[in-house]
Write a protein of this length. Structure first.
Length: 325
């Protein structure tokens, strides 16, 4: 339910969700500032720190492209500002003209909003300061900041695209296995109410959604980062093995729906409980099979066979009841 308390809890979780990315951007800002001061002798290298933060605050996989796009925007803005401040001077009207021209020019190079913002901001600062040589200083600072961001995002702290996909994939398999195991326990203990798996169903849908989001993110990382390119082949193999995730999820819930409706008829049915436990283990370890074996497809096939067995058994019991009458 979207109540104030739920929104407050969600808001409280957001910083912890992004704390690693925030920490990287903050550290990079300090490093870029120190490098610009030490190597270039700049007293106040604001653009270096800002460039590092802007690039690393982006989502994983987009940080390298953010750094390049930011440099395009800053360079366009600085050059525009330098040319216009020499021709027009400095003032409110001149700042407006510089920002307008810089943003128009950068749209000829890219349609990215970040470049548009950086071009307008850089042109505004150059005209406002009207300091000789400030344009070159700003560009060098931005290069230092972007360079720090690229080293961090492309070499040091690039997310592993394979791990990014395998974690939610295993979470999904664990959720499905737990739900199957729950029904097995309900049969063993003769407690039909324990077979309810709505909580697991909601969790599985969330896990499946997280898996698809992770696959898209990992594909982007594999195209745009050095580490991602090195892991691209392994990521491709993993994604091929996960093509049956939707089918396995559907087959599992079909089995659980069929079994849960008749769990009372299978009270203490050790054979069915054992089969369900074996299936749960097979689902949980579906990614641990050899590369040439599609563990998800095998688990799906076993799930469908067990579903068919339960349906036939139910019909047999129903037919036996009719004959008895």
């Amino acid at each position: 339910m979207d109540d104030p308390r739920s929104r407050a809890r969600a808001a409280a979780r957001r910083p912890w969700r992004d704390v690693w990315r925030i920490a990287q951007a903050a550290v990079a800002a300090g490093v870029a500032w120190l490098l610009a001061q030490t190597l270039l002798g700049h007293d106040q290298p604001v653009f270096a720190a800002v460039a590092a933060v802007v690039a690393l605050a982006a989502a994983a996989g987009a940080r390298g492209s953010h750094a390049v796009i930011m440099l395009v925007g800053v360079g366009t803005g600085v050059l525009t500002g330098v040319l216009l401040v020499d021709a027009l001077g400095s003032g409110a009207a001149e700042i407006a003209v510089a920002a307008f021209v810089a943003m128009v020019l950068v749209t000829l190079l890219t349609d990215d909003t970040l470049a548009l913002i950086q071009a307008g901001a850089a042109a505004t600062l150059i005209v406002a300061e009207q300091a000789p040589g400030s344009g070159v200083v700003r560009i060098l600072d931005a290069v230092v900041g972007a360079g720090v961001a690229l080293i961090i995002s492309q070499l040091l702290l690039t997310p592993d695209p394979v791990r990014r996909v395998s974690r939610p994939a295993r979470a999904l398999l664990d959720t499905l296995a737990d739900a199957v195991g729950r029904v097995a326990r309900a049969i063993e203990t003769s407690q039909p109410q324990a077979a309810a798996a709505e909580r697991h169903r909601a969790a599985a849908l969330a896990d499946l959604h997280a898996l698809r989001e992770a696959e898209r993110s990992a594909a982007f990382i594999s195209r745009t980062t050095l580490r991602g390119r090195r892991r691209a082949a392994e990521l491709s193999r993993l994604r091929r093995r996960l093509t049956g995730a939707d089918a396995l999820t559907t087959a599992t819930w079909t089995l659980l729906d069929v079994t849960a409706r008749h769990v009372g008829s299978y009270a203490r049915d050790r054979e069915l409980a054992t089969a369900l436990r074996a299936l749960a283990q097979e689902i949980r370890s579906a990614l641990d099979t050899p590369q040439d074996v599609n563990g998800l497809a095998a688990a799906t096939e076993k799930t469908e066979r067990l579903t068919a067995h339960v349906l036939l058994a139910n019909r047999g019991k129903a037919g036996g009841g009719d004959d008895g009458q």
